[in-house]
Structure formats: structure tokens, C-alpha cells
Design a protein around this ligand. Sequence first.
Ligand SMILES: [Ca+2]
Ligand SMILES: [Ca+2]
Ligand SMILES: [Ca+2]
Ligand SMILES: [Ca+2]
Length: 312
Amino acid sequence: MAHSLSDYSIMNTVYLKQNSALHYIHIVCIPLFLFCGHHILIAQNAHSVHSNDTLSISGASQIPSVDGIENDICWNSVQWQPIDQAWIPYGDTVKSSDFSGKYKIVWSPKTNLLYFIVKITDDVFVDGYRYDSDPKKGDFYYNFDLLEVFIDEDHSGGLHVFDSDGMLKKEWGSKSANAFSYHVILDAPKEGTTAYQFTACDLGGKNWDDYFIANYADHFSDFSLRRNGNEYVWEFSIKVYNDRYDPLKKEKSRVFLKPGKIMGISLAYCDNDDKNEMPKERDNFFGSVWVPKESNNDHWKNADGYRVVLLK
Ligand SMILES: [Ca+2]
Ligand SMILES: [Ca+2]
Ligand SMILES: [Ca+2]
Ligand SMILES: [Ca+2]
């Protein structure tokens, strides 16, 4: 469950712009560690990453074994990046046992893939989502526990909901493939085991009168989710497509990854902790970049706030 820390001291993060460069020093005031019974409360938003704090992604000389185990050589030399921004409710803070998340990314020139490892701690895993391309028949996926991966291949930013015409372009975009927002969802594996089957949901179609839920699971070359208690390790690889993506001719829009390439990539986690509620509603939505309050839930429709990444 989400617990606000409003009763406690409030953490202030101050950004000091350094020179004209895109660097920010984070001065975190007031306590990060608050003791309550046996729990250590750790405030979220402690490692604020701005969308223009460039993340350099190294090329891996040895690709990882995609098995939900973090013992691959390529992960050793890469630093964890935080998923610590409470987008919903905006600025919320929860116990680290309720939610904490971090990720690493590498890429491979050999396989032309991006590789991710994401470590999530979550006290209650709410699963049971069943995919149906007809949005009227299914539950909304974002009210279950799921990992979101947002990729804007050319860092263009902008709307990416539908392939809209006319006036609707201004509100929902003219190319849904301008950016992909993969909502990666599956049932929790049993303790100590790994799951490999999943759905990667995203919106498709022309407008809200005529839309569907796409399943982009085949954009993932490999996928695994391993459970160790309340810790979940998501390890997977992704093929990158440009905005001319056509589901019938996918390979034509496959992007060739190379050093110096700039993209927009963010991650987020929908956290629901109530298995029994009907209808389901997520408690929290945590993201990997700071977003302004007025666009706290924009990543799914607009790529403007994705984090800049640079392939090295
Ligand atoms: Ca591995
Ligand atoms: Ca939780
Ligand atoms: Ca784009
Ligand atoms: Ca949960």
C-alpha cells in the first residue's frame, strides 16, 4: 500500500544549474532515513534524474544470458539507474519494501539489440491480467503490476498514441510508432522460478472510436522474469523500430544501432498492492525521470519527457 510521508519531514530537492551544461547537482535536504518500527522508510525522489541527463549505454562485448540472473559480465561494469520518481500520486513517498526499482541497459552491435536488467522490489504482486486486443473486453492493464518501457528511437519527442487524421493529429499524433510504450505484463512466477511468457500492450488505431490493444511481445527478442521473494528481476532484449513501423513489414523499419546514436528511453512501474479490489486501480506509478506535475502521466502519449540516451 502507498503510505504518504506527509506526516514526516518533507524532502526538498534543489537543482543547481552548473555552467550552461546539462548538469544538475542534487541537494537533498532533510532526512532520507526515518525509522518506524522495524521498517526503514526511504523517501522516493532521492536520485532525481532529469530527462536531459544523458544516459550513456555501453556496447557489450559479451551479451547477457537472458534468464533473470544478474551474473553476466556485461552488467558488472554498468551502474544502476533509479526508478524512483512518484508520478502517481505525484511526489508520493512509500516504504522501500512497498516499491523500489532500478535498471541497467547495454546494447550489442552483434545482435543489434538493447539489453535491459530491471530489479523491482514490490510487497504484493497483483497479476491475473488476460490480454484481449478488444479494449472493451479486457481490464485496463495499467491497474495491474507491470513494467513500462518507453522507446523513442530518434528522440523526436511528440505524440504517439494513434495514427490520427485531421484535427485529431494535434491531440493524439499522426504516428503511433513515433514512440513505443511497452506495457510488459504477466503473472508472477512462483518463488525461485523464472517466467518467459508475457504480453507487451500498447494502444493502436486511428482514434478512440476505433482503437485496439496491440501486443508487441515479438519486439522482445528474449524475455525473463525471475522471482526471489519480493524481489523481481526482469531481464530482456528489445529490437528497435523507427516511426515507419508497419506490423506486416517489421524488418523494413528495424533500426541499425551504432555508436553515437541518440534515443529517448524511460522506464516505469505500475504498482497495485490490492489483489482483491474490483475494479482494480493502481496505487502508484513510478518513473525513471523527473517530470513536471502538469505532465505527471504523459509518457504513454507523449515522448517529450523521455530520458536522453547515447549509445557508446
Ligand atoms: Ca542474466
Ligand atoms: Ca507495492
Ligand atoms: Ca520518434
Ligand atoms: Ca504491487
